[in-house]
Design a protein around this ligand. Structure first.
Ligand code: AVI
Length: 303
């Protein structure tokens, strides 16, 4: 379904999938989130990638192909590429086509010997990947897996396993921790996460000709301990009517649109999920405070 169709359907169900955050503006706002002092996942994962790059390179081997799911600005993969011996090809996949093309051009300039073949598309749907050039390794950093419901996360991992055709997956997974620390990460003092959330409505104004008053909506994010997830919502500040795609949607003060879940895992819980998806979990790397984890997953029964 297109953004127009899903946005209108989301106004009916009061639930919109987080993948629609990422137009060019949303991708830029997300890059700013990654630099926020409160948002620990990015810097923690970057430090892990940096510290253990030689180990990853040894596991990946010579002449490999890296496929990154949800590549964004492709910053993290550089730490891998820098450590690899003669990587053959890099295939970044992202839903934000313009943003992907920009990032690919920069990578080509910085890695002249590397074939960079971006694929603009939605990896939660059927995508046709090019035939593998060398051992194919999947890279899914950032704990984007946490933005899927656990059953959907399992199905997605199973799909990656098929796409990787016998290759391994290196995946970043955010760990559960003190609720206050989680809360701060999604309620930053500068309001960048709020702008990221509200950009969904701004995008509807830009792309769908909606006339939504952003001042009528508030960002809300909170940790839900029983489900071990952060929930993000857009909350209506007053009674209002939205007119989109020829339909009318009424919101009372306090009504919300649920825009994102971000599940947090324990190391063992995530390994169990990976097993259910047909992987054999290998080593796990975490920081000293066990904020974030990187998992090496091999297919249980390689083709
Ligand atoms: C992309 N994803 C892993 C981020 C997260 O933490 O769930 C998206 C995000 N939402 C608000 N801040 C960051």
């Amino acid at each position: 379904m297109s953004f127009a169709e899903e946005f209108v359907a989301g106004l009916r169900t009061r639930h919109i999938a987080p993948k629609w955050f990422y137009d060019a503006e949303g991708s830029r706002l997300f890059e700013r989130i990654c630099l926020l002092p409160e948002y620990y996942p990015t810097r923690t994962e970057l430090a892990l990638l940096d510290r253990h790059a030689p180990e990853f390179a040894a596991r990946i081997g010579t002449g490999a192909e890296i496929v990154e799911f949800g590549a964004g600005a492709s910053v993290k993969v550089r730490l891998l590429l820098d450590a690899l011996e003669s990587p053959r090809r890099f295939v970044p996949i992202d839903i934000s086509g313009d943003y992907l093309a920009e990032a690919a051009a920069t990578l080509r300039a910085d890695y002249p010997g590397l074939a960079v073949e971006p694929l603009a598309g939605d990896f939660t749907r059927d995508l046709v990947l090019p035939l593998a050039a060398g051992r194919r390794i999947g890279f899914f950093p950032g704990s984007s897996i946490g933005n899927f419901e656990p059953e959907a996360a399992q199905a997605l991992l199973a799909r990656f396993r098929q796409w990787l055709g016998g290759g391994a997956l290196l995946i970043g997974v955010d760990l559960f921790k003190e609720p206050a620390e989680l809360h701060a990460a999604y309620n930053d003092a500068q309001g960048v996460t709020a702008a990221f959330n509200l950009n969904l409505l701004a995008r509807a104004n830009r792309e769908l000709g909606a006339d939504i008053d952003l001042g009528g909506w508030a960002h809300a994010a909170f940790y839900h301990p029983p489900l071990r997830r952060i929930e993000m919502h857009l909350v209506s500040r007053r009674r209002q009517v939205l007119q989109v795609g020829g339909e009318r949607f009424e919101f009372d003060e306090g009504d919300s649109l649920h825009t994102e879940n971000s599940y947090k895992y324990g190391v063992e819980g995530f390994r169990a999920l990976a097993r259910r998806a047909g992987f054999e979990p290998g080593p796990v790397w975490t920081d000293a405070a066990r904020r974030f984890s990187l998992h090496w997953l091999e297919p249980a029964n390689p083709a």
